[in-house]
Design a protein around this ligand. Structure first.
Ligand SMILES: Cc1ncc(COP(=O)(O)O)c(C=O)c1O
Length: 505
């Protein structure tokens, strides 16, 4: 039987692959360079979707050149939009050209970063050390690079649960061994990854207590304290408090210091979900709101949002490494360290999270930080904050628009509000239609949410390609889309009235 390998079989094969690789790189950088001239989003045509869905399982191989041609035709033009300068939907980073190269290097080396003694383990350790420094965590804190903040939140809460289980001698039985219902506390504005973490960790949906917020959408620490005291009196077992640094809907930063005080007083684990907001520590003006970060027992945040490291790259830091290891470590014989070789060493990432096989996420973070430096990211964070303030000013300056939440960080929620006393359901329809119009025409991609029950257009600024003029262009285009949605609505109303009139007459 012929030898099977995925490598080219001869010199000519390697040369052909090399030229294709160069062509790909040239094409991709050109794509990034020209992205501003392209629509912010191109909906995938049905014919393309059909073609992709009908592709049979490839029994025989094809030339990589042909596969790449299909990629250029059916995949490249129909991205989610987050490369574009006018993409401000959800909270998505844009990636970077250097990140593209880092991904290629990581894939070439292809290490499994579960632990041991090799370069990728050292790189991740270095990145974690930088994160500790950036976030003001002590040197003894441990950390792990994750797929994102959802997993980082889960790991932080697993560590908190482990500490409580241990205190109740319930490590073997888990939450069944606790003397009461386990509870986790987060504000009503917290990200839904926390509810999923609560369910995965056996607390159930009802295990997540939602604490009210004030008018500024920040958690009310007094309400938190009262809820914990009530729950304890009822026999429940508080596991952790989650404070959010940068809520997903409005970018509010919970009062971290006041919440840390409550946790210290009541002996509770403090986890901070700082998915994007934690990186605002780089901005000296915002940093005072984030000093409480350094008092957290665990902190989750992402590199793939504000730092635009290519997806996926998140991080969790845990103050006490024993807490971090407790839910995950094991002494399985085939995973114990050897004295020498790649299986030696004392860094075992598989003891710090639920995954055994892990890619080389550290390289793209390490290279991105080294290529641009923290000072550039400080400037980028400040630039995004400036973008949010600029959009807020444009909205304030136009009586047809209104802000639906204070703009404290990088998120702006607003809507077209029409004339005083305008019908709420008509307003909602007009805002929805105008948003859909801007997205599908590829003018700009903000996303949406609900603020106090009202439909809001939501722009979250982390985009390093955005310029001030993009924001002005967006506001103009939005107002024009609103006018045309209103005109269409009036026409539809007129037709409906006419029809009704005809029917009754
Ligand atoms: C506040 C907050 N927490 C958690 C997450 C989840 O992060 P990820 O998408 O990286 O899993 C997000 C995502 O936007 C977020 O905004």
């Amino acid at each position: 039987m012929a030898h099977v390998t995925l490598d080219p079989s001869d010199e000519a094969g390697w040369a052909r692959l090399g030229s294709l690789g160069h062509a790909m790189l040239r094409d991709m950088f050109r794509h990034l360079q020209q992205v501003r001239r392209q629509p912010a989003f191109v909906p995938m045509p049905d014919a393309v979707r059909r073609r992709l869905r009908q592709l049979p399982l490839p029994r025989q191989g094809s030339a990589l050149e042909d596969v790449y041609a299909d990629f250029k035709r059916d995949v490249l033009p129909f991205g989610g939009g987050n490369l574009h300068p006018r993409f401000w939907g959800w909270v998505m980073g844009n990636g970077s050209p250097g990140g593209v190269l880092a991904e290629m290097l990581a894939a070439t080396l292809n290490p499994n970063v579960w632990g041991g003694s090799h370069a990728a383990v050292e790189i991740e350790a270095q990145v974690i050390a930088w994160c500790r420094q950036l976030m003001g965590f002590p040197e003894a804190a441990t950390g792990l690079l994750t797929s994102g903040c959802s997993l980082a939140n889960l790991i932080g809460l697993a560590a908190a649960r482990g500490r409580v289980l241990r205190a109740h001698g319930a490590l073997e039985d888990g939450v069944r061994g606790l003397p009461g219902e386990p509870r986790v506390y987060a504000s009503v504005e917290a990200h839904n990854s926390l509810e999923r973490a609560a369910r995965l960790l056996g607390f159930g949906r009802s295990g997540l207590r939602t604490v009210p917020v004030g008018e500024d959408f920040r958690m009310d620490p007094a309400a938190l304290r009262a809820q914990v005291v009530r729950d304890r009196a009822a026999g429940d077992v508080p596991i952790a408090v989650v404070a959010t640094a940068g809520t997903v809907a409005t970018g509010a930063i919970d009062p971290l210091d006041a919440i840390a005080d409550v946790c210290a007083e009541l002996g509770l684990w403090l986890h901070v979900d700082g998915a994007f907001g934690a990186l605002a520590v780089l901005d000296p003006q915002t940093a005072p709101q984030l000093t409480g970060l350094t008092r957290a027992d665990s902190l989750a945040f992402d590199f793939h949002k504000w730092l635009s490291v290519p997806y996926e790259a998140g991080c969790v830091l845990v103050r006490d490494g024993r807490d971090h290891r407790r839910p995950f470590e094991s002494d399985t014989p085939y995973l114990t360290a050897t004295a020498t070789g790649p299986g030696a060493g004392d860094t075992w990432y598989c003891d710090l999270g639920p995954e055994l096989s892990r890619g080389f996420r550290g390289l793209k973070v390490w290279m991105t930080l080294r290529e641009h430096g923290v000072d550039t990211f400080r400037a980028l964070v400040q630039q995004s904050l400036g973008h949010a303030r600029h959009l807020a000013r444009c909205i304030d300056a136009d009586p047809r628009l209104e802000l639906l939440a204070p703009v404290g960080l990088n998120v702006v929620c607003f809507r077209y509000c029409g004339a005083p006393g305008a019908d709420e359901s008509a307003l909602e329809r007009v805002n929805q239609v105008a948003l859909g119009e801007l997205q599908t025409r590829g003018v700009a991609v903000p996303s949406h949410t609900r603020i106090d029950g009202r439909f809001a257009i939501r722009a979250a600024f982390v985009n390093h390609r955005t310029r001030l003029e993009d924001i002005e262009l967006f506001v103009d285009a939005f107002l024009r889309a609103v006018e045309s949605a209103e005109a269409d609505g009036a026409k539809a109303c007129g037709t409906a009235r006419g029809m009704r009139g005809g029917q009754t007459g």
